[in-house]
Ligand binder design. Structure first.
Ligand code: PLP
Length: 405
């Protein structure tokens, strides 16, 4: 079993220098760095078995096996029952639009869909587009601390609700949403539950069956893999959906929501990313090792996140949007605002000091708007990844302190 504290050596990009020191990657919520094993898997695919699927020769057969194997690894990562529950695509947004178009065809004008104010636009826009069909889209409100208003949730869900779309964790505030509660409320009215786990997946173990969701989406580039998207569908949930598809393509799960040729090389990298995560865990099988690894990752990152949160909170006038680190109810992603200095100015300063942070709304635009910060340039977001060190956190806080002086 590998130690998280020794992972930095696996990431070639961590040695990249800028302005006299190695880059500090606190932009994980926008995409993590990639270990050498993932880079090797991608390049080896091109070197040894680059082909399309479902043919009669060696490289196409190997590509079929590879893609099936990757689906199996992703199923183990999500606690899903089989490779057949995993559909693959370009990114989460594209898959979510495909899903919303298909589900939209099963709904009638006047049916309702519930989205949240805290969600990334990728889990709002596809559902809001159903308004064109006369479907009523309602929004669960957000409390000022960046937590969903569950009383509002209970008030808005009703017998007309046919689908609830909710994020597992906010890519803005790091808040982890109560999916079990959402699932119980959704089940009570017989609606579908769609969970956006893009921000949650790199930080905590996922068990789709425990959550009770119908669909769950995530993106490999947030958990040390390449830029591809993943859709889990509960057995029975996808089979009869009128998805966009060609008459020539496979009409069975998990393919019937996939269009065209997939990026096989990138998915080979996604499989390697799961292998990489698994190497930090122990247990008798892949699933157990992944749970053990992701639990170790959440503990490790929580300590680092708490350090960053505590040090930032000590800075005069800094306004952190999100929960503190007293409980395991948030990811290690911290967004803050400082009156009189825009997030863009802060991030430019960080950038000059070799620190990769992000400014703005990160597509969690509705939540930033609700916080009254949209016209003020949004917030500065810093995210912890498995390779983040205490030294990097202390250095970053010192750069911010100096800049604010
Ligand atoms: C919470 C969340 N949901 C969805 C997305 C969109 O993912 P993708 O880029 O794979 O479409 C992101 C991307 O940042 C995200 O953070």
């Amino acid at each position: 079993m590998k130690k998280l504290s020794e992972c930095r050596i696996d990431f070639p990009s961590l040695s990249r220098q800028y302005n006299g020191r190695h880059l500090v990657y606190l932009d994980g919520p926008a995409g993590s760095q990639i270990p050498q094993s993932v880079i090797d898997a991608i390049s080896n695919y091109y070197k040894t078995c680059n082909a399309n699927t479902h043919g009669q020769f060696v490289t196409t057969n190997e590509t079929d096996d590879l893609m099936h194997g990757v689906r199996g690894k992703l199923a183990a990562f999500l606690g899903a029952e089989s490779a057949e529950t995993i559909s693959l695509g370009q990114n989460m947004t594209t898959l979510c639009f495909s899903l919303s178009r298909a589900i939209g065809r099963t709904l009638a004008a006047g049916d309702e869909v519930l989205i949240t104010a805290l969600d990334h636009e990728a889990n709002r826009g596809p559902w809001l587009s159903l308004e064109q069909l006369g479907i009523v889209v309602k929004e669960v409100a957000m409390l000022p601390n960046g937590v969903l208003d569950y009383d509002d949730f209970e008030q808005k869900i009703n017998d007309k609700t046919k689908l609830v779309a909710i994020g597992y964790a906010s890519n803005l505030t790091g808040t982890i949403n109560d999916i079990k509660k959402a699932s119980a409320l959704t089940e009570k009215v017989g609606a579908r539950l769609v969970v956006d786990a893009v921000h949650y997946a790199p930080h905590f173990p996922i068990d789709v069956n425990e959550l009770g969701c119908d669909f769950l989406l995530c993106s490999a580039y947030k958990f040390y893999g390449p830029h591809v998207g993943i859709l889990y569908s509960k057995p029975g949930a996808l089979e009869n959906l009128p998805t966009d598809r060609l008459s020539t393509q496979e009409q069975t799960i998990p393919y019937l929501i996939e269009t065209g040729t997939l990026n096989h090389a990138a998915f080979s990298g996604a499989g390697a990313a799961i292998d990489y995560l698994e190497s930090f865990g122990n247990g008798d099988n892949t699933r157990d090792r992944l749970i053990s690894a992701m639990t170790a990752i959440s503990d490790h990152e929580h300590v680092l996140g708490k350090r960053l949160y505590t040090k930032l909170s000590e800075i005069d006038g800094i306004d952190i949007r999100g929960l503190d680190f007293s409980e395991m109810n948030r990811t290690p992603t911290i967004s803050f605002y400082k009156e009189g200095i825009t997030a863009e100015e802060i991030c430019k300063q960080l950038g000059e000091n070799s620190i990769c942070g992000w400014d703005g709304h990160f597509y969690a635009k509705r939540a930033v708007e609700k916080m009254g910060l949209l016209d003020k340039g949004g917030v500065t977001r810093l995210g912890i990844s498995i390779y983040t060190t205490e030294e990097e956190i202390d250095y970053t806080v010192n750069v911010i302190k100096k800049f604010f002086r």
